[in-house]
Design a binder for this molecule. Structure first.
Ligand SMILES: [Ca+2]
Ligand SMILES: [Ca+2]
Ligand SMILES: [Ca+2]
Length: 205
């Protein structure tokens, strides 16, 4: 009897959880990327370098291996030269555990001529550089910025929900546009499967 119920629970999970299509990291944030969280930002904030530096949304999806992020701006394409300043654009982000708010990681992506990706982890009261292998991340810049980073590259982000704060910095005197928000714990297949088995066992009593 128990065996039959377990089988039913597994079948239910299979039907209810279609495979998520991973976002395509091509620099363009589109509906086909199927991001699951959108942190929308105000448009036309005062003092930004240009509309190409004005964040409209930061979007997120996660699977068992990767964090995926897509950044879209008000006017395409995103400026990689800090607006009109002919320099570089810095995407600067901080990741914090939820609900404690403890800072865990900084990710800095320099676009334009000075292209670089740097990850730092919080150790005590300082930030320590983490060496990223090329297989740990991927990024693309086109109309926007998209990147993915392996969850194993940020092991100190110890809970599956976190806060993220990100900004586009013109590396000059103009204001930097900031977006921030909460990325909630995803409803995982494991959670659903355990729930289904629990129900099946309870029903037998
Ligand atoms: Ca894309
Ligand atoms: Ca904005
Ligand atoms: Ca600035």
């Amino acid at each position: 009897m128990v065996r039959v119920h377990l089988l039913l629970a597994v079948l239910a999970v299979t039907v209810l959880s279609p495979a998520m299509a991973a976002p395509v990291i091509d620099g363009n944030v589109t509906p086909a990327d199927a991001y699951t969280i959108a942190l929308n930002d105000t448009l036309n904030e005062v003092g930004l370098a240009s509309a190409n530096m004005d964040i409209s949304s930061l979007q997120y999806a996660g699977d068992s291996q990767w964090h995926y992020f897509g950044l879209a701006v008000q006017a395409d394409p995103i400026s990689v030269i800090g607006g009109d300043d002919a320099g570089s654009t810095l995407f600067f982000s901080i990741f914090r555990d939820a609900p404690t708010g403890a800072a865990k990681y900084q990710l800095r992506i320099m676009m334009g001529e000075l292209q670089s990706v740097n990850l730092y982890e919080r150790v005590g009261s300082t930030w320590k550089a983490v060496s990223l292998a090329s297989s740990d991340f991927d990024l693309a810049v086109d109309n926007g910025l998209e990147f993915k980073i392996k969850k194993t590259a940020m092991p100190n982000l110890s809970v599956p929900q976190f806060y993220v704060t990100a900004q586009l910095d013109d590396q000059y005197i103009n204001n930097d546009d900031v977006v921030s928000g909460f990325v909630p714990e995803p409803v995982t297949m494991t959670f659903i499967a355990v729930g289904g088995i629990g129900l099946a066992v309870r029903r037998r009593r």
